[in-house]
Design a protein around this ligand. Structure first.
Ligand SMILES: [Zn+2]
Length: 342
């Protein structure tokens, strides 16, 4: 069996999210028909970076597979995947933008003779975040490509890209992931029915599904949110202790924090759906605790329920401005308890 590396993972993700485009680009490379500059446009999670890197791997791979894909195992593939290849450069925003000095560095690197061959590839992830200075600096560069240079500009919306850059690149719009494919992928994670519902409500990004299911994270956090909800339903102030003892240790980073708040919101959305739409347990994200959910649906007035969901959404905004996360969860807990105890 082939061992999974960063490179094979990227290739798999490109094939999974964009089977047609991946096949197309492998053929284009095979036919030596690759354009100098592409503009990849589409939402996060549609595999733009994965495809750009897979194309780069295909260009450098020492062991192209019979199916036309890069091997993902040779030194070239491995270094490209890790952003350690001297002839493949990835530029990403520093903070909120891509700055002119980053593009200058890129140009300097490319004006040197290729370190290990003739070809060079650069990928600009978040191309819409280039400052005007950076965009203009890049423009001159892609107008007069030197030698064997291929560039991939990645953006979530090509309308945000300067028209002068748009006109010098070939636009590739990334289609949405087929929903059946997404469901099938989530199912391959062998989740319970309600955990599957939860995943599909949280994301439509296969890479993110991987992340959620890594080390059983989703299941662990789901259980904690259920315990928290159960304590709330009893008006039990132990819910606060739970935040500190059980929630915080599970949070690896801000992304986890964001998902946690979304889960708190979704559990009350389940309550909402039971109250107003009689949604059956099998369609809920927390259907496994249906009795508690429906008990809460009976207990809360329309207004209280809407207040709770509003409060959670409002708190979610604070997460973006660096308020202590423990503090945010405690405020949510207190707001919920106040509504529920009324
Ligand atoms: Zn290879």
């Amino acid at each position: 069996m082939m061992t999974e590396t960063e490179a094979t993972k990227l290739i798999k993700q490109a094939e999974l999210t964009q089977p047609k485009l991946t096949k197309h680009f492998m053929q284009v490379v095979h036919d030596q028909d690759l354009s100098h500059a592409y503009l990849f446009s589409g939402f996060a999670g549609l595999g733009k970076l994965e495809l750009a890197k897979t194309v780069a791997m295909r260009l450098f791979c020492k062991n192209v597979q019979p199916n036309g894909m890069p091997c993902g195992a040779c030194n070239e593939c491995v270094r490209i995947a890790k952003n350690e290849h001297p002839d493949v450069m990835l530029v990403e925003p520093e903070g909120q933008s891509i700055k002119v000095h980053q593009i200058r560095t890129l140009k300097q690197e490319f004006s040197k003779s290729a370190v290990e061959g003739n070809r060079k590839v650069f990928i600009i992830n978040g191309a819409d975040l280039m400052t005007n200075g950076a965009a203009n600096s890049l423009l001159k560069f892609i107008e007069e490509p030197v030698g064997n240079v291929n560039s991939f500009l990645l953006t979530d919306d090509y309308h945000k890209i300067l028209p002068t850059i748009q006109s010098r690149t070939q636009l590739v719009e990334f289609p949405k992931i087929d929903s059946q494919l997404l469901i099938k992928y989530a199912e391959s994670k062998q989740l319970t029915k309600t955990a599957l519902n939860l995943v599909l409500q949280l994301t439509s990004d296969v890479m993110f599904i991987d992340r959620l299911c890594e080390d059983n994270w989703l299941i662990s956090m789901k259980q904690q949110v259920e315990s928290w909800f159960s304590m709330l339903s009893k008006g039990d102030y132990q819910a606060f202790t739970l935040i500190q003892t059980n929630f915080l240790p599970l949070l690896r980073d801000r992304e986890d924090q964001k998902v946690t708040i979304e889960m708190m919101c979704l559990i009350f959305r389940d309550v909402f759906n039971v109250k107003f739409k009689n949604t059956p347990a099998s369609e809920l994200a927390f259907g496994n605790i249906y009795d508690l959910i429906s008990q809460m649906a009976n207990h809360l007035s329309d207004n209280q329920l809407i207040c709770i969901i509003d409060d959670i959404l409002e708190s979610a905004k604070k997460q973006q401005i660096n308020v202590s996360f423990q503090n945010i969860l405690e405020v949510i807990t207190l707001d919920c308890l106040n509504q529920i105890k009324e």
